[in-house]
Design a protein around this ligand. Sequence first.
Ligand code: UGA
Length: 421
Amino acid sequence: MAELGYEVIGYDVDEAKIELLRAGKVPFFEPGLPELLTKQVESGRLRFTTDIAEVAAFGDVHFVCVGTPQMKDNFAADLRYVHAAVDSLAPLLTRECLVVGKSTVPSGTAATLAARIAELAPGGDAVELAWNPEFLREGFAVKDTLTPERLVIGVESEHAEKVLREVWAPLTNSGIPLIVTDFATAELVKVAANSFLATKISFINAMAEICETTGADVTQLAAALALDTRIGGRFLHAGLGFGGGCLPKDIRAFMARAEELGVDQAVGFLREVDAINQRRRARMVDLAREQVGGDFAGKRIGVLGAAFKPNSDDVRDSPALDVAATVQRDGGAVTVFDPQAMVNAKVKYPQLSYAESAVEACTGADVVLHLTEWQEFRDLEPATLSAVVAGRHIVDGRNALDPARWRDAGWTYRALGRPSS
Ligand code: UGA
């Protein structure tokens, strides 16, 4: 928002994060963001605080961007942070302003929050709620924010629509479409989009399962399907499946909410989408086990990748670390390397060993597992690893390496959904 020309205060309850941000440091890996943060902090348009009263007095528009993770013991979204944010801000809102929800929430949340704001805000009718879901991808957050494919706003008054049209004018003036709708639709656009993307990934992964039995090649299948413009090639990449802090928990929260609303049949297919996704991880472990002769006991396994996808240090629901931990639990000695996610991985999976480089992770390995498709791993020379491994076996969990290159260098190359030779 500072880049678009606004005066911005960022607020968080976490003092340590605010200190980092004030120093121009981003507390996670996101390409392009450190440069943008430094630029805007230096411009004076962006500052940070842990004082909510300062924020309440300052803002014409308050974006609420807190997380909605999965509950520990069921599929539903944990809304405690959204409620805490609104409950601490609303009682301090004495003047005209718009509170804008960006968090991914179950249907009906915006209506509940609007009622809560009406109850708590001393500013009365001058304080309103709107919903403005967020569609950015990790790794492309800066681009997706400054040039999104669309903006969606859910509003309950002409005034709220006018304010948000003004806020987003720098983007809509350059042709970015803005959809104006109600709360219920705005909430649903986000959840439906992520469900569709998850379904597309699980569809091609289901085809990979068929390929494994029929001898077909899922990468060629996907390439052929992609040429049908009605299908398209994006999110049709077969492999270890989806992870991260969004797709897995969003489809589960959607199922949980649909059940509460009595419409669980409508999204019953998401249970299968989730199941296909989990089966890919199990299949990956099986392929790895085959490569070491049927038993992990006494075997060394080099793992390339820990983040849930490249260009991120996020290890939430990471397929790579799930596979690594399962192999280790089944008796293998696993060593992991990731270009950015090592710190987070070590916190979440302290039982695994970690290396300082891809070569070190593969040194002495009986099999190498390629689980997150960083460019650095795609660029690896088979000959470099040939010199250090105990056995030239690689399983490509992301269908991102060139089979011919590895086979020509004397390696057994296996991948999900592709023939064994
Ligand atoms: C996802 C959505 O793509 C964003 O639009 C959305 O805003 C975001 O969630 C969110 O809800 O905040 P993100 O979680 O950053 O973004 O990651 P994706 O790029 O969607 O990838 C998700 C997972 O799917 C990764 O593990 C990736 O490896 C996997 N994937 C993706 C595949 O297995 N195959 C594909 O073809 C594409």
